[in-house]
Design a protein around this ligand. Structure first.
Ligand code: DMJ
Length: 461
């Protein structure tokens, strides 16, 4: 198998496949992974039932009170959670629920709204969700909706640099806010390349690629990107290089564009930027591996504070070949999980303490564990995912679903009345894939986006 044909979350050796069977896993570590997978599926169905009854077609359920909230638009819902959930429902075999969601999309989803959305969030969540649902069932209406949405996002990229404005009006194409960052510039290619492949219209891929290159071309002499740039002038307005937000998925999508689309330019860019990150940002402290934020031109450290969202990075590093560093970084976050139960949004490694005590029901450590497990099938990563799941069940579960936490240091942890859309697309899918060994997923050749949307690897059985 050529490297290009090996999926982002794959690269398995044939011997490792044996270790993937539930029987082997059970004998190996005494955990009944199959039962755990069934439990995840049952929690998904339970939470979906509440969403279906109390927040159908709304963006997000409020799991403490049973209300609902908006995400994309101020005055209009776009069924965010429903769309984010679709491919998770499908891979879990919750086919009646999937059909119900598809029927809603066919009747109700309409992007012709006079309102402004985030180009980045709309692309990774809604466009990606529609494409993964299309991958699951092949209904052409889903592709048509994805294309319509892509067309409505395209005007944002009409800048002198090719880097997009942050916001666009879905009906008028009016754009706003050129002050952007690497993630909002460069997290498009897998979805937009897929859209181009499926429609035969190369504009989506070419537009996304131009933005990625424009950002890369502005790297510093030492090979780092800062995290604030003006899309119209191409001038930086920040000096901070970080692997956390708002830069995180820029790096992820360089590797992903290579893995999914075979884009060798993106691999070359990844191979230039990653050694610079490892050289200037990677540090050892108390036997653990962390990534400092640093000055992007001088390389000097700015802070030891770590952002929880950066916890995905260990999985990416391993996929890109820095296996030991990726594993070590994931172990460092696993230490924080073991210490606090749920990761805090901010953490400083020198004091081994939270700097922000909230957690917005985040999937990043489960994401990294899943990616590492796909690479080496080590039970260690399944155990990290299992702890993530069981701790979530213990602390985040509430009356009508799963909720964010306001304070992970309080006992019991204090909940916030919000369930983010990505919960339906990300960790519930990572857990299930990690524990189930489902025949609906190709564990050797697959691709999941930054939002957990499966664009390659579904098996229609
Ligand atoms: C998700 O929406 C995506 O993974 C994004 O790239 C950053 N993280 C959030 C969830 O925390």
């Amino acid at each position: 198998m050529s490297q290009v044909s090996i999926g982002r979350r794959s690269l398995l050796k044939s011997t490792a496949l044996l270790a993937a069977s539930p029987a082997f896993a059970q004998a190996n570590d005494g955990i009944d992974w199959h039962a755990l997978a069934i439990d995840v599926r049952s929690e998904m169905r339970w939470a979906w039932g509440h969403y279906r009854r109390l927040a159908w077609g709304r963006d997000e359920i409020m799991p403490v009170t049973g209300g609902h909230s908006r995400f994309s638009l101020r005055d209009h819902d776009l069924g965010l959670s429903l769309i984010e959930a679709m491919d998770t429902l499908w891979v879990m075999g919750l086919d009646a629920e999937f059909a119900d969601a598809l029927a809603w999309v066919k009747v109700h989803l309409d992007f012709d709204v006079d309102g402004e959305v985030s180009v980045f969030e709309t692309s990774i969540r809604l466009l990606g969700g529609l494409l993964s649902a299309y991958h699951a069932c092949g209904d052409p209406l889903l592709l048509a909706k994805a294309r319509d949405l892509g067309d409505r996002l395209l005007p944002a990229f009409a800048t002198p640099t090719g880097m997009p404005y942050r916001f666009v009006n879905l009906r008028t194409g009016a754009i706003r806010d050129p002050k952007t960052n690497p993630a909002e510039v460069g997290t498009y290619l897998p979805e937009w390349g897929t859209l181009s492949r499926l429609t035969g219209d190369d504009r989506y891929r070419a537009t996304a690629k131009k933005a990625v290159v424009a950002m890369y071309d502005r790297r510093s002499r030492i090979g780092l990107l800062a995290d604030g740039i003006d899309a119209t002038s191409g001038q930086w307005f920040s000096r901070r290089a970080t692997v956390g937000p708002p830069s995180d998925s820029y790096y992820e999508y360089l590797w992903d564009a290579w893995q999914l689309l075979g884009d060798a330019d993106c691999k070359a860019m990844y191979d230039v930027l990653t050694p610079a990150i490892l050289k200037w940002q990677c540090v050892q402290s108390d036997g653990r591996t962390w990534f400092n934020d640093v000055d992007f031109e001088e390389g000097g450290p700015l802070t030891d504070e770590q952002d929880e969202l950066a916890a995905f990075y260990g999985g990416l590093l391993a996929q890109g070949g820095a296996t030991a560093t990726g594993a070590a970084y994931t172990r460092a976050w696993s230490h924080v999980q073991d210490k606090f139960g749920i990761l805090p949004e901010g953490y400083e490694y020198l004091g081994d303490n939270p700097t922000q005590v909230a957690n917005a029901l985040r999937p990043e450590l489960a994401d990294a564990a899943f990616n590492l497990w796909l690479l080496d099938r080590s039970p260690e990563w399944r155990m990290v995912g299992r702890t993530h799941y069981l701790n979530m069940k213990r602390w985040n579960r509430t009356r009508f679903g799963y909720a964010d936490i306001d304070d992970i240091t309080a006992r019991p942890m204090r909940l916030a009345d919000h369930c983010p859309g990505y919960w339906w697309s990300e960790q519930m899918k990572y857990y299930y894939l990690l524990f189930s060994d489902t025949p609906r997923f190709d564990y050797q050749r697959n691709y999941l986006t930054t939002e957990g949307n499966v664009l390659r690897g579904f098996r229609r059985t």
